[in-house]
Design a protein around this ligand. Structure first.
Ligand code: HEC
Ligand code: HEC
Ligand code: HEC
Ligand code: HEC
Ligand code: HEC
Length: 333
């Protein structure tokens, strides 16, 4: 009882102190708060002076976030407004780095654009301030951290997965992997920049080195005469593989082949994905960083080889939407 009262009193006095602080601060606001915006920027304005960044962004899924035909279809031809928050966000530096984003009403076609990450409604923001640059960016150190991403990319715990990985302990963050350092040419020199295409498994090669698949047939060292052993390891993905969206899945497909190289029966399929909310019979099977999962299949009569493929599906339930083979291995015996 006493402890409770003490803490209440403590809270009240902090409240009073804060109130006084605000009254004093209100009497002489910091000049920045009332100054007019340096310039009203439009997204198009950035293009002329940053053509290389513009081109990378143009090819990214961030630019596609509204015009993506899949988005149009799944949002019921744009009728579902709950989708707007992340696909056409209001400028993050204005709303705040980290929390859930809010929707904007104009220039929808450009999706997640330069201003979404780089404009606070008053000035351009960059990792470091640069008063001598024509766009005069002020510093927003959050741009170098996960706070620049997780307002949208944490619907299904990607942020926690990364925090539980060794990358977090080593200080390797989202931008270190997804915005690799690139050289940018200036008239008289080159400067270091950050690639703005935001690659993932949807882009060729990005995940090929990050996950490993091993196949051990009956003739291989450690192999068993009656079965095939297939393992998959998440080596260098800084979170689960795959992660984030529930629409996607990665399928590990194993097809036994006869001596004539023709398929023997249906392929085995192991699916890595996050189930939809209504799929109560399914569990989450994504592969955390550093983990290996192993599957053993009895050899069917007449099997002489097996083809193992890792297939990345953007829409797991729709075979008509592009699927990509990330890895393929053939083992013969
Ligand atoms: C008139 C040309 C011009 C325009 C327009 C312009 N910038 Fe810049 N910006 C520069 C120059 C020059 C630099 C200095 C660094 C460099 O050479 O890349 C710079 C620096 C930056 C940086 C910091 C890079 C660093 O680390 O030093 C960011 C971020 C940036 N601009 C974003 C933008 C955005 C977003 C827009 C559109 C709202 C924009 N700029 C419009 C010329 C321009
Ligand atoms: C909280 C933010 C957020 C909201 C709200 C949101 N999305 Fe997304 N959406 C994302 C992110 C982040 C990705 C990229 C995730 C990934 O690639 O795994 C994405 C990707 C997609 C994709 C690309 C396919 C894919 O899985 O990569 C489609 C299509 C899509 N969303 C449709 C929608 C629709 C339709 C709605 C509304 C019902 C919606 N989104 C609401 C954040 C959001
Ligand atoms: C305003 C919300 C938002 C922010 C902030 C954001 N993203 Fe995205 N991101 C999305 C959406 C939505 C998509 C998918 C667009 C589509 O495919 O239609 C996406 C796509 C991606 C993809 C490609 C996913 C795929 O399936 O191919 C990667 C990688 C990515 N973002 C990484 C990042 C990183 C790293 C950051 C932080 C620097 C970041 N994003 C900030 C919303 C956001
Ligand atoms: C150590 C490198 C690394 C770090 C750190 C990392 N990622 Fe990734 N990320 C990858 C690789 C590799 C892939 C492609 C494999 C895949 O599809 O999961 C990927 C895929 C993605 C995708 C596409 C979804 C998917 O799984 O297909 C999104 C979105 C994404 N990352 C966002 C983030 C965000 C946000 C952070 C920070 C919280 C982050 N990543 C940290 C390496 C990294
Ligand atoms: C999803 C958020 C996001 C979007 C969209 C985005 N940027 Fe960036 N940008 C960043 C982050 C984060 C960094 C800082 C990365 C670092 O250095 O750690 C950055 C760095 C930069 C830099 C300095 C590094 C370099 O490559 O020169 C410039 C300039 C820049 N952005 C301009 C732009 C322009 C122009 C656009 C639109 C075409 C754009 N950005 C779109 C997040 C974004």
């Amino acid at each position: 009882m006493n402890a409770l009262r003490l803490s209440l009193i403590a809270l009240l006095s902090i409240g009073t102190a804060v109130g006084i602080y605000y009254i004093v601060a209100g009497a002489s606001p910091p000049p920045a708060a009332s100054a007019p915006p340096e310039r009203i920027w439009r997204n198009e304005d950035c293009r002329a002076c940053h053509p290389d960044v513009w081109q990378e962004w143009w090819e990214s899924w961030h630019r596609m976030a509204w015009v993506d035909p899949l988005f149009k279809k799944l949002s019921n031809n744009y009728a579902d407004r709950t989708c707007y928050d992340c696909h056409i966000p209001r400028n993050i530096p204005e709303v705040g780095f980290g929390p859930r984003t809010l929707p904007r009403a104009s220039d929808k076609e450009s999706g997640i654009h330069c201003l979404s990450c780089h404009y606070d409604g008053r000035s351009v923001v960059a990792l470091r301030a640069n008063p001598s640059a024509p766009c005069r960016p002020r510093a927003a150190p959050e741009l170098g951290t996960e706070l620049a991403c997780i307002g949208c990319h944490n619907q299904h715990k990607l942020h926690e997965e990364w925090r539980n990985s060794v990358y977090f302990q080593q200080g390797v963050g989202c931008t270190d992997c997804h915005m690799p350092v690139v050289e940018r040419r200036r008239e008289d020199r080159t400067v270091a920049g950050r690639h703005h295409a935001f690659l993932s498994s949807r882009n060729r090669d990005f995940s090929r080195l990050a996950v490993a698949v091993s196949v051990v047939g009956p003739k291989e060292p450690g192999g068993r005469t009656d079965r095939l052993t297939v393992s998959i390891t998440n080596q260098e993905v800084g979170h689960d593989f795959p992660s984030d969206s529930r629409h996607k899945a990665v399928d590990l497909m194993t097809q036994f082949l006869g001596a004539d190289e023709q398929p023997l029966g249906p392929a085995h399929r192991e699916r890595f994905h996050i189930p939809r909310r209504d799929a109560l019979d399914q569990t989450r099977t994504t592969l955390p960083h550093g983990e290996t999962r192993t599957f053993e299949y009895p050899l069917p009569a007449g099997a002489a080889a097996a083809e193992v493929q890792l297939v990345y599906r953007i829409m797991k339930d729709d075979p008509n939407v592009d699927a990509q083979t990330l890895l393929r291995r053939i083992v013969r015996w």
